[in-house]
Design a protein around this ligand. Sequence first.
Ligand code: PLP
Length: 219
Amino acid sequence: MSIKTEIERLLNELPAGVKLLAVSKFHPVEALEQAYQVGQRAFGESRPQELKQKAEILPRDIEWHMIGHLQTNKVKYIAPFVSLIESLDSERLAAEINRQAEKCGRTIDCLLEIHVTDEESKSGWDYDELLSFVRGGGFAAYPNIRIRGVMGMATFTDDEAVVRHDFERLAACKAELAQYFGEEFDTLSMGMSDDYHIALEYGTTEVRIGSTIFGARQY
Ligand SMILES: *Cc1c(COP(=O)(O)O)cnc(C)c1O
């Protein structure tokens, strides 16, 4: 199926209130343009320099989401324009995002990426550490960051019960953390090409879909 047909199919399928993030990492700008032509405006990238290069070429009304692990020395590439950093996973990174946001005169929206699987390869906060940081009012030191919710990934497995358990846990983390933030804490970003159907059952508000839309990535 073509990029356009896939986007239209997904937009039809997703319930109202669930946002579609088109994960375009490793795909050329021509692919993003096709998605743009059928009205897609939110794109997710995993590498700051690639995100910046694409943003410079493509229309200005695109909403760029950073979804990959973000090194502190690369925040500066995206700070002036990024719409949402979904991979905020440490206090050190929060401090740097805050510093760069302040330099640009912006407040940057971020999601707390939480590690809920047993896989060492996945990034994200350890939930207990995050909870104590939040309870201690840790984010008050970073006024140029606005925490909008939670992002996470399920275990890479065919065992659906494990995937369900991970999404249930992410939803519970989001629900518990909500009491420490305001009404703007409204986003639960979970679900990818292979598991978004399941994420929908656990209340996701944003699915991040790459290969279903754009095909396999060439690394
Ligand atoms: C690559 C990536 C996706 C998209 O994965 P697909 O399986 O291609 O849909 C979603 N979320 C994150 C964090 C990613 O790195």
